[in-house]
Design a protein around this ligand. Structure first.
Ligand SMILES: Cc1ncc(COP(=O)(O)O)c(C=O)c1O
Length: 411
């Protein structure tokens, strides 16, 4: 059984005390003379600041106080105005890097990004700048390598950063990259002038929940003498896959992994704006922008961001605790297995990774009306080939049973 360095389950009273103590260490716009920040508490003509209501509501109280977590707080100096809630953000980074993704303590930097898109772009931005600074690389000598099932944020990154992108084809029966298709993508990139590679491995893809074989990537990159930095996109799977299997090489225990994206606003049911970017120490400085007015520089893509998001993620993690989290994933795994069994009995074809809570149905077995009625998401809106079911907290057996009844009626 794993032990946890930072992640503990806390009682509601402890959580409240902790968050209110942190807020006390932030500036108080009402009681202190803070005249130079272009910000304030939320407008009380619009947002209730009734004390009786707020005293038991640490997250809403944080929203009302409105701390700005601009910058990255795991290195150097930070704005002193919001030191209390910045510490909560550092605690979230420690839990995610060390207790979920197996880093050694104090070996990672990170911050709460706007989402998975930003965290992926942040990683690719860092590596592009690294190759430029350390190798004198030109943009057209740098290529992203990722699977054809990767999230479209990789295409955004290539476009924004002016670098190449080459997609690794998949064996579509099992939605897996293969040694052969990785070699093909690298060789096409090299023929296009690429010398330096930014590899993005998926820890559960958006549409299929499939997981890339990271060893296949690293073996072929070594065999073909291709310099690389490796980022893991765990935007979807980061709060799931590490709990559904012990056989996880997409984490910091793997020396080849330099950075990871997690999204708390997906499986962790946090408010939107809670992407998490984590990178080994020594890397984030490649994205440093000299920010005159911000104390401690800014190593992030986003600029101003809400400290309430960090508090929300921390509250979710410590309310559940690590064992509660395992249990949550265990239940979702069981529901997913139940649904797969029923689909088999109905003769419906689907793809599912054994450690994922996404079931992707072949479109031939699903009418557009049923897909629409049950909010099944297609791979593409014009002429879909697949529809996915995502087994979340609210996707109960009762609701799945209703979907199955529709399939039965169709037959
Ligand atoms: C695997 C993966 N990466 C990145 C993203 C982008 O995340 P966001 O929408 O939070 O920017 C998603 C979103 O679905 C995703 O599934």
């Amino acid at each position: 059984m794993s032990t946890y360095t930072y992640w503990k389950k806390l009682k509601q009273t402890e959580i409240q005390q902790h968050v209110f103590a942190a807020l006390d260490q932030n500036v108080n716009y009402r009681e202190q003379n803070i005249l130079g920040i272009p910000a304030s508490h939320l407008d009380d003509k619009v947002f209730s600041q009734d004390e009786a209501f707020l005293k038991n509501a640490p997250f809403i109280s944080t929203m009302v106080q409105n701390p700005n977590h601009i910058g990255c707080h795991t290195l150097g100096h930070s704005e002193p105005f919001f030191a209390g809630t910045q510490q909560i953000e550092k605690d979230v980074i420690d839990i995610c890097a060390v207790d979920i993704l197996k880093a050694e303590p104090d070996t990672c930097d990170g911050y709460i990004a706007s989402g998975g898109t930003e965290a992926n772009i942040q990683a690719i931005w860092i590596y592009r700048n690294y190759y430029q600074t350390e190798m004198g690389a030109q943009n057209n000598e740098i290529s992203i390598i990722c699977s054809a099932d990767s999230h479209y944020s990789m295409d955004k990154a290539a476009n924004l950063l002016g670098i190449q992108i080459h997609k690794v084809a998949l064996d579509t029966a099992v939605r897996s990259i293969t040694a052969h298709t990785i070699k093909d993508a690298i060789s096409t990139a090299k023929n296009n002038g690429a010398k330096y590679f930014i590899v993005v491995a998926n820890m559960m893809t958006t549409m299929y929940g499939s997981v890339d074989d990271i060893d296949a990537y690293t073996a072929i990159l070594a065999e073909t003498n291709s310099p690389f930095k490796l980022h893991v996109d765990g935007a979807y799977g980061g709060f799931y896959f590490p709990f559904s299997t012990e056989h996880n090489k997409l984490n910091f225990a793997n020396e080849h992994v330099s950075s990871v994206t997690l999204d708390a606003h997906k499986m962790a049911q946090a408010p939107y704006g809670t992407g998490i970017f984590l990178a080994r120490k020594g890397l984030i400085a490649y994205a440093n922008t000299k920010a005159g007015y911000v104390e401690g520089e800014d190593y992030t893509l986003i600029g101003s961001r809400s400290g309430a998001n960090a508090v929300a993620v921390w509250m979710i993690l410590v309310t559940n605790g690590p064992f509660g989290w395992f249990e949550k994933v265990y239940i979702l795994q069981k529901r997913t297995e139940w649904m797969c069994q029923k689909l088999k009995e109905h003769g419906l074809k689907y793809y599912r990774n054994a450690y994922a809570n996404i079931i992707t149905l072949h479109a031939e077995g699903v009418s557009p009306e049923v897909a629409h009625k049950y909010g099944l998401v297609p791979d593409k809106h014009a002429n879909p080939s697949w529809y996915k079911i995502v087994i979340m907290e609210h996707v109960t057996l009762e609701k799945l049973h209703m979907l199955l009844a529709e399939f039965e009626n169709a037959v």
